[in-house]
Write a protein that binds this ligand. Structure first.
Ligand code: FE
Length: 211
């Protein structure tokens, strides 16, 4: 989203050299929590490793399986946590997950208008743009314009549903399987599912097809 003025680099994302006010504040809070015995250094490291082990690849796995196994798809839509666990993805915890299905009539878009709630237990950390004020406000006000900027726009007769995530409920999109992928196996299908398509700002493309 370069035209929205939110294209500045977000400091601290992966560089290890974090000297921004936010990073310094977090470090200070971390130090205090450890000092006061609320958390241990090991617990913090555990939590970081937990988060590092999550990635959009998990979402791609779930989607590819849902595309190839109707029964799994039903379970994914009705009981996301157990379905995820079937594939070895542990999304247990107090947070609820809801998978919303794209159809020819309905496209879903995920946002957290308040802050940055995201299905982290499955997909890991959200991208920076997801946390931007620009996205959080525009996704609700003009979802179609946002989708257009990400490169695809549903036609006027398609309903766009925007889901506002909360601390308790996190959403993930089940995109539609692209045409011309009938001969593809699960692994190949996984390769078509981008993070952005799991948030709903993009749709999976069959690269062989050049849609
Ligand atoms: Fe949030």
């Amino acid at each position: 989203m370069s035209e929205n003025g939110h294209d500045h680099p977000h400091p601290g994302s992966g560089t290890g050299k974090t000297t921004t006010p936010h990073a310094l504040r977090i470090r200070a809070m971390e130090g205090l929590l450890v000092e006061k015995g609320v958390l241990t250094e090991a617990e913090i490291q555990d939590r970081i490793s937990y988060m590092d082990s999550r990635s959009p690849a998990n979402g791609a796995k779930l989607v590819a399986r849902a595309w190839t196994d109707e029964g799994f798809k039903d379970r994914l839509l009705t009981d996301t946590k157990s379905a995820a666990l079937e594939l070895g993805i542990d999304a247990s915890g107090p947070v609820e997950f809801i998978v919303v299905e794209n159809t020819p009539e309905i496209r879903n878009l995920i946002v957290c208008t308040l802050c940055s709630c995201y299905p982290r237990a499955i997909l890991g950390r959200p991208p920076d743009w997801y946390k931007s004020f620009e996205y959080r406000s525009r996704a609700v006000k003009e979802p179609r314009a946002v989708m257009r900027e990400f490169g695809f726009e549903p036609s006027e007769n398609v309903e766009v549903r925007v889901h506002d995530s909360t601390a308790d409920i996190r959403y993930m999109v089940l995109p539609m399987r692209p045409e011309g992928t009938e001969g593809m196996g699960e692994e190949e299908l996984e390769g078509l599912v981008s993070r952005d398509s799991l948030v709903g700002v993009a749709v999976p493309k069959n690269s062989a097809n050049h849609e």
